[in-house]
Design a protein around this ligand. Sequence first.
Ligand SMILES: C[S@@+](CC[C@H](N)C(=O)[O-])C[C@H]1O[C@@H](n2cnc3c(N)ncnc32)[C@H](O)[C@@H]1O
Length: 274
Amino acid sequence: MNNLSNEVEEHYHSPDLFGRILANLKAAGIALDEVRRSDISAVDEFHVRGAEVSKELAAGLQLKDKQVLDVGCGIGGPCRMLADEFGCRATGIDLSEEFVRTAKMLSELVGLEDQTSFVHGDATNLPFADRSFDLVWTQHVQMNVEDKTKFYKEITRVLKDGGTFLYYDIFKKGDEEVNYPMPWASQPKISFLAKVSVMENILGDQGLRKVQTTDQTEKGILFFEKLLANLAASGPPKLGLNLLMGTSTKLKLGNLLKALKEEKLILQSGSYRK
Ligand SMILES: C[S@@+](CC[C@H](N)C(=O)[O-])C[C@H]1O[C@@H](n2cnc3c(N)ncnc32)[C@H](O)[C@@H]1O
């Protein structure tokens, strides 16, 4: 892995994350041998609108016994949701060793270790054979990836013919700079924001066909306004994304909200067929 990858990994480094999640579950009165997926879903989905949006994106997918790959899976919440609710076999890959270790332990904690697996690796060099997955899914990852061509080419390569690529992501709208820290980068050096057209052109060149896109910006803004109001009123929740984002959570979320409101950034989801 190169220096920038190390810096991305360092940005997400969250020491003893699993231990802190367990401690907060206990503090919330949840017995550790009875933890359900819903008990951890506020902390294990690291993207705008968390568990709620993943369910929306997955609605209608036919995934029974299918192979799914989550590129940049974080601590594995979306993989567990897809495996549990759709009966698929979900594999996650992430650059952060700490996140992959935590993802595995969380799957064991909620009894989903047989339907999910997690691999430490780089999205631009996927350790999977061509045409291995029926669905490739990615949420809020490519902003950390400089080489967009490699990123989307690898996704296309591991997708089966007829398979679906589904993304939910943050893109640049114009050319104006945004303020840092952001949730994915404390400094611009590890942030590679691009316009949607960059992704569209690469996927088009790879022969993928666009199925649909949805502008998620308005819903994201409403979500952040509510979240920041709750943070101001009640402080950080026991089991929330503050466990992953640390002491600068409010600043990171505030900067992202501002950039969305000023139309410097947009949130978009969409799908492509190979
Ligand atoms: C904002 S988090 C999103 C995590 C997850 N997709 C989710 O929605 O819960 C971004 C994740 O992308 C991972 N990441 C960044 N660059 C990567 C790369 N080149 N290869 C694999 N993972 C990467 C980070 O380690 C981090 O876990």
